[in-house]
Structure formats: structure tokens, C-alpha cells
Design a protein around this ligand. Sequence first.
Ligand SMILES: NC(=O)c1ccc[n+]([C@@H]2O[C@H](COP(=O)([O-])OP(=O)(O)OC[C@H]3O[C@@H](n4cnc5c(N)ncnc54)[C@H](O)[C@@H]3O)[C@@H](O)[C@H]2O)c1
Length: 440
Amino acid sequence: MSKKGVEIAPAEGKLGILLVGLGAVSTTFVAGVEAIKRGISKPIGSLTQMGTIRLGKRTDNNVPMIKDFAGLATLDDIVFGAWDIFDENAFDAAMHAGVLEKDLLNQVSEQLASLKPMKAVFDNRYVKRLDGKNVKEGKNKMELAEQLMQDIADFKKDNNCDRLVMVWAASTEIFLETSDIHNSIEALEKAMYDNDENIAPSMIYAYASIKSGVPFANGAPNLTVDIPALTKLAEDEGVPICGKDFKTGQTLMKTILAPGFKSRMLGLDGWYSTNILGNRDGEVLDDPENFKTKENSKLSVLDTILQPKIYPDLYGNYSHVVRINYYPPRGDNKEGWDNIDIFGWLGYKMQIKVDFLCRDSILAAPLVLDLALFMDLAKRAGMSGIQEWLSFYFKAPQTAPELYPEHDIFIQLKKLKNTLRYLKGEDLITHLGIEYYDED
Ligand SMILES: NC(=O)c1ccc[n+]([C@@H]2O[C@H](COP(=O)([O-])OP(=O)(O)OC[C@H]3O[C@@H](n4cnc5c(N)ncnc54)[C@H](O)[C@@H]3O)[C@@H](O)[C@H]2O)c1
């Protein structure tokens, strides 16, 4: 293949990352980037910062860093903005979240303290356990969207940004299903003027982002941008979108282990997953309506990896249970416990127990960075609408309506890297490798 690739505008100037929600994930992300910029820490867990990509044959020994190969924005060019319903700055919010040590936060306190959240679009009917005062007022949901668009334009100007991306890292909203008003942009806009209850705050942010030409990534399981009206709007406006729900802790483990069982044709009787966590996210998810959104996202992964219809003898009848329990003493340090009942040769039963003492926001922060940088790349490369190649980062990846999502993390990574090779006009890697054994 000739090295043609796609025309990609260079990452010149400042990239503004607009965070919806300045809680545990966002503050851990911002503090982390600032610490890394100062050489205090390394960007562990970030594919864009630490990952490499093989080009050509194994014998070519050509393995550049992804960030150099793809021409990503650098950490020094990033500026942060945020909205939250609480008006505390990022330093106070980080102290409150209790994820990072005080000592580390003190070293980047100036940068964190200067990040003050803009007034949020919020309605406590969608996040039952929270209420804050740093909230916008408007006659209807369209007026609120217009206020957000003004925030976006002001932020870009005030911070001298060349480009922006928006990431939803705010609380999980109650479970909503696609309804008629979500099906076309005309219906959605009318419903925004009518203050229709099927429009959650996250949809108002997503609408404002797309209308402003700003890529939007959804880190929570809310419906948000996964509705026909907004996916079409994103295509029409030339804006990349992706979601839903950062793939961290337990689901990360699930999508690492399940493809392994399936590749060895080991059967599954059941997978019982329970979590204890005590951060604000855990508190929000303690409400059944908010938990339902998360549960749906967490349950979806096994079926698409294991394909019970294709493998009824192995996966036709397994039980999959997911629980989250709010347990304050643990804070952000979640414990995800899995009991997996598998069976092997002649149906003999075995058990696997996984006890993952993880740190939720430590796992999520690098994903925010990668998504922001890759979404910026997508925009510069002229890509629009759903970015399925970023499924790697999500529990419930958004796809075209006729497709089922790919959950196998190894396929997701291959897809991501092949997309980068495609964009840059490099040969795709199929792992066939037969050419190494050709005699002539
Ligand atoms: N940490 C992880 O591993 C992980 C993984 C997957 C998804 N998530 C999701 O990421 C989101 C953030 O997680 P977190 O641990 O930082 O939660 P958090 O509760 O610490 O922070 C969320 C913040 O969002 C704010 N908020 C709520 N509604 C808002 C709105 N409409 N506009 C602006 N701000 C709003 C809250 O005030 C809070 O400060 C949650 O939805 C969570 O489910 C987290």
C-alpha cells in the first residue's frame, strides 16, 4: 500500500479539555497531567503516552511511540476547563475526593486552584442523591444549551485555544430509554424548548458541544449522545463523538478474562460480580434508578464476547449478576470481587475467584487523557459521528445501529491501532505472518 493515509491537520496551538464534572475522576486526571508535566510522575496507564505501535514487518524493528506516530497534542499544550454543581476549585475538589495524597496535590496546588468550575446544567431528578448551588437557570433546556455554548466560546477565547474537546465525567444519571423525541434533531430541539423530561442534562451538554463543533466523549453510562438525533447531528456537523462508560475495574477484568476462556472453548455456568465502594460515585449509584443505568452497561459485555447463540453448549445458560454496594469506609478504593464458575473437558467444573483491590479514579484518569487526545486527532483527521475505534475505552461502546459492539479488549486494541495505521497510510497488521516462511 502506498503511504497516502488521511489528511490530518497538525496539532498546533492549545487544546482545551472541557470536563463536565470536577469530581474524583476529573481532579485525578488534571492533577496527574500537571504532575507528569513537572516530571513528578509517569503517565502509567495511558496508551497515548506510554504505548507504541508496530509498523511494517516484525523484522523491520519499527516501533514508534503512538503519540509521535499519530502526531497527538502534547501535555504542555493542554488547558483545562470544567463545569460542576459545586463551586469548589479543583484543588479543594481533589482534597474532597481523597484519591491522591496531599503531598502530591500540594506540588500542583497552584494549577489546581486556578481551575474553577463554571455553573452547571443540572436537575436533581436525574441524579437523585446530589444537589448543588453552582447551577444555571434558564426558561427552557434550549436556553440552557445556549448558555453552555456561550461558556464554550468564552473559554476558547479567554484561553487562546486552537481546539477543544469535551468529556463527560459527571455523575451517572437515571436510566432513560430512547423515545420519539430522541429520534431526529427537529424533535429533540422542539423537546428542548418544551422542557421535555426525556432530555437529561448530559444531552444538553452533548448538544451544545456538537453545535459548537467540539468532539464529545461520554465517560458515564447515561444515554446522552447515544441517540439518533445527536449521532446524526454529529455526522452533519463533522464532529466526532464516542461513549459510553469508562472501562475500568471489574469490567476491564471481565473483558480481559472472558476472551481467554472463549479462545480455549471453556464453558461458563455463572459470573457473580460484586463491588464495594465509598466515593461520591458510589453514593449516587446507591439509588436504584441511577444504578440501573450502570447495571445495564456492566451486564452487556459478556453476551457479546461469549456469543451464546453461536456456542450454546458453552455459554447458552450462564447466570450473570452484578452488584454495587455503597460502603463509605473504602472511599475511592473499590473492591471488585468476582466468582466465576467455569467448566472444562467432559463438563468438569472449576472456579476462579478474582479480588481486585483497585482504585477507580487511578484507572479512569488516563482514559480521560487518551480519549481527549484521540478525539482531537479524529477531529483534525476529518472524522465525524461515532468513533467505534475508541471502544477500547468503554464498557458499552457506541456503534452504528446495525452493529453489535465489540467488547473483547484485544480486538478493541487491534482496531484502535489499525485505525491509526490507516489514518497514517501504513499497512494494516493482520498477524497472518505467512510471509516470514515463504521459501522464495
Ligand atoms: N472512576 C471510574 O473508574 C469510572 C468508571 C466508569 C465510569 N465512571 C463514571 O464517571 C463519572 C465520574 O466519576 P467520579 O468518580 O469522578 O464521580 P464524582 O461523584 O466524584 O464526580 C462527579 C462530579 O460530577 C458533578 N456533577 C453531577 N452532575 C453534573 C452536571 N449535570 N453538570 C456538572 N457537574 C455535575 C458532581 O457534582 C461531581 O462533582 C461517574 O458517572 C462514574 O459513574 C467512573
